[in-house]
Design a protein around this ligand. Structure first.
Ligand code: GRF
Length: 194
């Protein structure tokens, strides 16, 4: 698979370590739009090649698909990738592009809902629960079919930072495992609130 990330890459790192010794699935490539993102250093440290695909390059689908083909990519994991995936790539990898969102979609999703904004919106709304959503990617932000959800309670003294920290811990545990299962079984895992 290729992991696509624009920022710190802590989820990307959880994939590097989870799949390092895996018998049939591996991370072959990291794609970023930001050559200065910390995920680039994490990938180098893990010995995983990095390709920077700029906004300009996305306008040339043949060049982009040639990059993915060069690494024999057949699944794509978005891990904090900040750009919309163009339709040519969605069509090329049907049901093979995954994303994680740090809330219980369809709530608190969509354009502009990333990072701290999500947790602040959860607190502002007085939500009782939040959590993580792992879903297939279609041509809209955060709208593809849900594969997995896990909820946690919002506590009275929670801040955006405390929610972010509990949620990231869940992401690092569940994201690689859900993707492993999805790729091995090639079937959707029923969505489940806990
Ligand atoms: C994660 O919290 C994920 O839910 C969202 O982007 C964030 C990326 O964080 N899609 P990191 O770069 O993996 O630390």
């Amino acid at each position: 698979m290729a992991v696509m990330a624009s920022g710190s890459g802590s989820n990307a790192a959880s994939f590097f370590s989870y799949f390092e010794q895996h018998p049939s699935i591996g991370v072959a490539l990291v794609v970023t739009n930001n050559p200065d993102a910390y995920v680039v250093e994490r990938a180098r440290a893990a010995g995983i090649p990095v390709e920077v695909i700029s906004g300009k390059m996305w306008k040339e689908p043949e060049k982009v698909t040639a990059i993915f083909d060069a690494y024999a990519i057949n699944a794509i994991v978005l891990a904090g990738y900040m750009k919309l995936i163009p339709s040519f790539l969605v069509r090329r990898y049907p049901d093979r592009i995954f994303n994680i969102h740090p809330a219980l979609l369809p709530d608190f999703g969509g354009k502009g809902m990333y990072g701290r904004h999500v947790h602040q919106a959860v607190l502002d709304a007085g939500a009782q629960k939040t959590g993580i959503t792992i879903h297939l990617v279609n041509e809209q932000y955060d709208e593809g079919p849900v594969l997995f959800q896990k909820a946690i309670p919002v506590l009275p003294d929670d801040t955006p930072e405390s929610l972010a920290s509990r949620i990231q811990e869940m992401e690092h545990y569940h994201y690689p495992r859900v993707i492993e299962q999805a790729l091995l079984e090639n079937q959707q895992i029923s969505s489940k609130y806990t």
